[in-house]
Design a protein around this ligand. Structure first.
Ligand code: BES
Ligand code: ZN
Length: 635
C-alpha cells in the first residue's frame, strides 16, 4: 500500500532551554547512539541509530462495540539527519501520517513494506533532516495480537467488558506504531477515552477511582522500552496495601486480592535492601481475568497478573516477587535484543529467589529453586533433541524466528544458575556489591550479553582472581559442570515419601494420618507428584485424590502437575476437572503441558481437540498461537 502526499518542509524550529540537565541528556543520548550502532535487532525494522523516539504521546479512543482502538501516536524524536523514519507495524491500519507539532501538522508520504508473518511490516515515513515530530493516525484491527477484548461473561463480575494489552516481546507494534526494539527507551504520555462505566490503567501514573468523563491522562516519566507500554480497561477498583503499593482488580475480587498480596510491602523493602532504590515511585499489581496468557507481566508501576495467583493461601506469591524484581532487571537494565533475553529473565529469577529467601527463609527459597531446576533439566533434553539444539546457549540467535521461541527455561533458570554459580565463587557480599553497582551503572540503559560479560570480568572476576569460564555458559551446550548444586532435606523428604507411596506403603497411616494438603507447600507437592511413576495405578491416584483433593484443589500449579500425571497414567476420572480448567484458564504455562500430554495418545488427542475448539476463544492470541501449532488447529 502506497499513499502519496506532498512532501513537507519543516518551518518550525523548536528551541528548548538548556538547563543543567543538558549535559546528562547529551551523555545519555550519545550512549544510546553508541549502543544502537553496535547492535542489530533482527526483530525490528526501525532505524533507531538514525532517528529515534524520545517521547511518545498517545491519543486513544477505546471502542468496545467494534473492538477497535482509534489512535494517534505522536512521536517526538531525535533526528540525526535522516530523510526516512522507519517504524514497526503489524495488524494496524494506517489512516494518515503527518509531521510537525499538534495543531501545526502537514501530511507526509509513507510506504508500508512487505509483511513478514513474524515481525510484520516496515512503515517508512518521509521526513527531512530537521523533522522531530511524527504523528501516525491509525486504528487497530482483528489482527492486533496484543489486544484481548473480553466479553462480560469472561470477567469475574460478568457484567462489563474488559480490554488488556500484552506488549512483550514484539506485540506493541500490533496496537501502537512504534520503533519496537528494546534498545531504544522512551518516555510516554497518553489521553485515553473509555466508556464511562469503566476505568483505564496504564504502565504509568494511574487513577485510583473512576471519573465521570471517561477520559484518563497518563504519564510515564522514566524512559522505558516500548514493549512495556501497557493498557487495561475494565470495571476496576483499587486497594492500597502500603505507602507506595496497592492492588487493582474487579470490585468482586478486591478483598481476596488484597489479602493474597499482603506481603508486597515486605518484598519491596527486601528488594531495595538487596539491589538499591526502587526507581518507579509506585508499585501496583492488577489482577486481570483468567485469559491473561502469563502468570505475571512486569509492566512498570503496574504488574499485570493472572487470577490463578489468588489461591487463598498466599502460596504463589513468588510470581509477584518475580515481577517486582523486574523493576531492576528488565525494566531498569534491559536486554538490548531478544537474543539477550536471559539478561532480563535469568537475573530476575535469581533476584526473585533472593527476595523469597529474605522473607520466607533459605529452606523455602531452595525448594523453589529445585523445582525450577527440574524443569530446566527436562527442557535442556527437549531442546537438545529439537531442530535448534543451540537454543541451550544463554546467548540466543533468534533471527528469522519468533522471539517467543527464546522463552525457555534456559533464559530463566540456566540464567539464574549462572548467577548463583558466580555468587558461590565470589561470596555473597562481593556478589551483592557487584550487582548493586551493575544496576546503578546501567540504569535506564540497554545491554547485550557481551557487555554484561565484559562488565562481570572487569568488575568481579578479575579483581578477585575468580576462575570462571563465561564463554562456556554463554555459548556452550547444556549445563556447565561447575553449576552449583542445591541440597534440600525438605525436598528430598517429600521425594522419599512419594517413592514409598508408589512402592505400596500406606503413607496416611500412623504418623501420616495427619498429612493434609496444608502439611507441605505448593512446591513440595509438585516435587511429590513429579516423583510418582507415570504408570502409577489408578487406584493409588484415586486414593491421593480422596485424601488430598488435588484434582480440584484450586492451586493451578498443583492441578497442572496432577492433570499431567493423571493423563499419563490413564486416570480418566479427572477429565471433567481438566475440561473445566482448560475452559477457564488461559495461562500458557499450564495449557501447554496439559494439551501436550493429551496429544500423545489418539483418544486423548480427540478429547483435547474437542475441548480446545470450545475453549480457544477464551484465550489471548499468545496462547492461541502456541496451542494452534501444537494441535494443528486451523480456523
Ligand atoms: N516477562 C515475563 C513474561 C513474558 C516473557 C511475556 C516473554 C512475553 C515474552 C514475565 O516476567 C514472566 O516471566 N512471567 C512468568 C513468571 C514466573 C517465571 C515466576 C510467568 O508468567 O509464568
Ligand atoms: Zn520474567
Amino acid at each position: 500500500m502506497i499513499k502519496l502526499y506532498s512532501p513537507i518542509i519543516l518551518l518550525l524550529l523548536i528551541f528548548t532551554s538548556c538547563g543543567s540537565n543538558e549535559a546528562l541528556e547529551n551523555e545519555k543520548e550519545s550512549n544510546q547512539v553508541i549502543i544502537n550502532q553496535k547492535v542489530r535487532d533482527a526483530h525490528s525494522y526501525s532505524n533507531v541509530h538514525e532517528i529515534f523516539t524520545k517521547h511518545l504521546h498517545l491519543d486513544l479512543e477505546i471502542d468496545f462495540n467494534s473492538k477497535t482502538i482509534y489512535g494517534t501516536a505522536r512521536h517526538h524524536m531525535k533526528n540525526n539527519g535522516t530523510d526516512t523514519a522507519v517504524f514497526d507495524l503489524k495488524g494496524i491500519e494506517i489512516i494518515r501520517v503527518t509531521t510537525g507539532v499538534k495543531g501545526n501538522e502537514k501530511n507526509t508520504d509513507y510506504v508500508i513494506g512487505q509483511e513478514d508473518p513474524i515481525i510484520g511490516a516496515p512503515l517508512s515515513i518521509k521526513v527531512d533532516s530537521l523533522v522531530t515530530d511524527i504523528n501516525i493516525y491509525y486504528k487497530t484491527t482483528e489482527k492486533s495480537d496484543a489486544l484481548d477484548w473480553l466479553d462480560p461473561h469472561l470477567t469475574d463480575s460478568k457484567k462489563y467488558p474488559y480490554l488488556y494489552t500484552q506488549g512483550q516481546a514484539i506485540l506493541t507494534r500490533t496496537w501502537i506504531p512504534t520503533q519496537d526494539s528494546p534498545q531504544n527507551r522512551i518516555t510516554y504520555s497518553a489521553d485515553v477515552k473509555v466508556p464511562k462505566e469503566l476505568m483505564a490503567l496504564m504502565s504509568a501514573n494511574n487513577p485510583t477511582q473512576k471519573n465521570d468523563s471517561g477520559i484518563y491522562h497518563f504519564e510515564m516519566k522514566q524512559p522505558i522500552p516500548v514493549y512495556l507500554i501497557a493498557l487495561a480497561v475494565g470495571n476496576l477498583s483499587y486497594r492500597k496495601i502500603g505507602k507506595n503499593c496497592g492492588v487493582y482488580t474487579e470490585p468482586t475480587m478486591i478483598d481476596e486480592v488484597a489479602w493474597e498480596f499482603q506481603d508486597l510491602k515486605k518484598m519491596m523493602s527486601a528488594a531495595e535492601e538487596l539491589y538499591g532504590k526502587y526507581e518507579w515511585d509506585k508499585y501496583d499489581v492488577i489482577v486481570l481475568p483468567y485469559s491473561f496468557p502469563f502468570g505475571g507481566m512486569e509492566n512498570p508501576r503496574l504488574t499485570f497478573a493472572n487470577p490463578t495467583l489468588i489461591t487463598g493461601d498466599r502460596s504463589l506469591i513468588t510470581v509477584v516477587a518475580h515481577e517486582l524484581a523486574h523493576s531492576w532487571s528488565g525494566n531498569l537494565v534491559t536486554n538490548a535484543t531478544w537474543d539477550d533475553f536471559w539478561l532480563n529473565e535469568g537475573f530476575t529469577v535469581y533476584f526473585e529467589n533472593r527476595i523469597m529467601e529474605k522473607i520466607y527463609g533459605k529452606e523455602v527459597a531452595d525448594i523453589l529453586a529445585l523445582i525450577e531446576f527440574q524443569e530446566l533439566e527436562v527442557e535442556i533434553k527437549e531442546i537438545q533433541e529439537s531442530d535448534h539444539p543451540e537454543d541451550t546457549y544463554l546467548k540466543l540467535a533468534l533471527n528469522g524466528r519468533d522471539p517467543d521461541e527464546g522463552m525457555t527455561q534456559i533464559a530463566y533458570v540456566k540464567g539464574a544458575f549462572f548467577l548463583k554459580t558466580v555468587e558461590e565463587l565470589a561470596g555473597r557480599k562481593k556478589f551483592d556489591d557487584f550487582m548493586k553497582n551493575y544496576f546503578k551503572e546501567y540504569k535506564f540503559q540497554t545491554l547485550t550479553s557481551e557487555m554484561f560479560e565484559n562488565y562481570l570480568i572487569e568488575n568481579l572476576l578479575k579483581p578477585n582472581h575468580i576462575k570462571f569460564d563465561t564463554k562456556e555458559w554463554l555459548y556452550g551446550n547444556g549445563l556447565p559442570k561447575n553449576c552449583v548444586k542445591i541440597k534440600s532435606p525438605r525436598f528430598e523428604y517429600v521425594q522419599k515419601l512419594s517413592e514409598e507411596f508408589a512402592n505400596g506403603k500406606d503413607i496416611f497411616k500412623g504418623k501420616g494420618s495427619k498429612i493434609k494438603r496444608e502439611t507441605y507447600i505448593t512446591q513440595e507437592w509438585q516435587a511429590f507428584i513429579r516423583k510418582l511413576p507415570r504408570d502409577l495405578s489408578v487406584e493409588k491416584l484415586k486414593l491421593l485424590d480422596d485424601k488430598l483433593g488435588f484434582k480440584s484443589c484450586g492451586n493451578s500449579e498443583i492441578m497442572t502437575e496432577w492433570f499431567v500425571l493423571s493423563i499419563n497414567a490413564g486416570y480418566t476420572d479427572v477429565r471433567p476437572e481438566i475440561e473445566q480448567f482448560l475452559n477457564k484458564v488461559g495461562r500458557r504455562k499450564f495449557l501447554l503441558p496439559i494439551y501436550k500430554t493429551l496429544s500423545k495418545d489418539k483418544e486423548n488427542l480427540k478429547f483435547a481437540k474437542k475441548v480446545y475448539s470450545n475453549a480457544r476463544k477464551n484465550y489471548h492470541s499468545v496462547s492461541q498461537k502456541t496451542m494452534d501449532e501444537l494441535l494443528n488447529y486451523s480456523l
